[in-house]
Design a protein around this ligand. Structure first.
Ligand code: ATP
Length: 237
């Protein structure tokens, strides 16, 4: 494990109670400060992999270290370093933006810090919407709230699960800008996607997952040089 490794995944397998094996023997290192794109078709195991890394789903085998902390035995230390942006907002339709983000910070036992919440909201252009109830926001603003929630406890690593699935081109570009800004502020980013152009546009490195196995991990430039879009597309079928 090198010094700039922030997440170390070793021989990770996951078989659900149904008997379905969603991950097989995955090894992966995420480097501090990079944008890593996990690219794979529907059902490849992307969400399962990030759920296991975040400690939300138990692995059947293998281990995960987050900044050197085992994500099961030292769950709290590992988890507080991670922010997770799920695909959709769930149940908080009638909460305000401010309350939603502030509540998320509280979940991690962090002291109330209105200045930090303000910084997060301003950085995501949500400050003017802070008193709005989530139900009144546009799709783009709701996605920003998801990111703000994940950043509320000041994590150093951010997982984004298909951040632009089902959004129009303009909003997709908007999200890309937001994510790049976060990386520039020092946050390590891992995003899942099934859009090659998203991985190509955003990532420093790309991992391709199929049928629960990580079949490729490469620097983006190297991967695009070796395979090109056409061959990469074949991996996503
Ligand atoms: P998508 O792009 O469609 O979100 P994904 O790559 O994120 O897909 P996962 O959601 O990790 O894939 O699912 C991987 C496989 O595991 C799928 O076949 C899915 O049906 C199965 N799976 C996911 N969750 C469970 C569960 N709780 N019990 C049983 N099987 C599951």
């Amino acid at each position: 494990m090198s010094d700039d490794t922030v997440i170390h995944v070793e021989s990770l397998s996951k078989t659900y109670d149904s008997g379905f094996q969603a991950l097989s023997d995955v090894d992966l290192e995420i480097r501090r400060g990079e944008i890593f794109a996990l690219l794979g078709p529907n059902g490849a195991g992307k969400t399962t992999l990030i759920s296991v890394i975040c400690g939300l789903v138990n692995a059947s085998r293998g281990r995960v270290l987050v900044d050197g902390h085992d994500n099961v035995r030292d769950f709290r230390r590992a988890r507080e370093r991670i922010g997770l942006v799920p695909q959709e907002l769930t149940s908080e339709a009638f909460s305000t933006v401010w309350d939603t983000v502030s509540f998320s910070r509280g979940l991690f036992g962090k002291p109330k810090d209105p200045r930090h919440i303000e910084t997060v909201l301003r950085s995501l252009s949500l400050w003017d919407k802070r008193r709005n109830r989530l139900i009144t926001l546009s799709g783009g603003m709701k996605r920003r709230v998801l990111i703000a929630k994940a950043l509320a406890h000041e994590p150093e690593i951010l997982f984004l699960d298909e951040p632009t699935a089902g959004v129009d081109v303009e909003l997709r570009r908007d999200m890309w800008e937001v994510v790049r800004g976060l990386r520039d502020s020092g946050v390590t980013i891992i995003l899942t996607t099934h859009y090659i152009e998203e991985a190509e546009e955003m990532a420093d490195r790309i991992g391709v997952i199929r049928g629960g196995s990580l079949v490729l991990v490469e620097e983006k430039r190297e991967l695009m040089r070796k395979l090109g879009r056409k061959e990469l597309t074949l991996h996503l079928r």
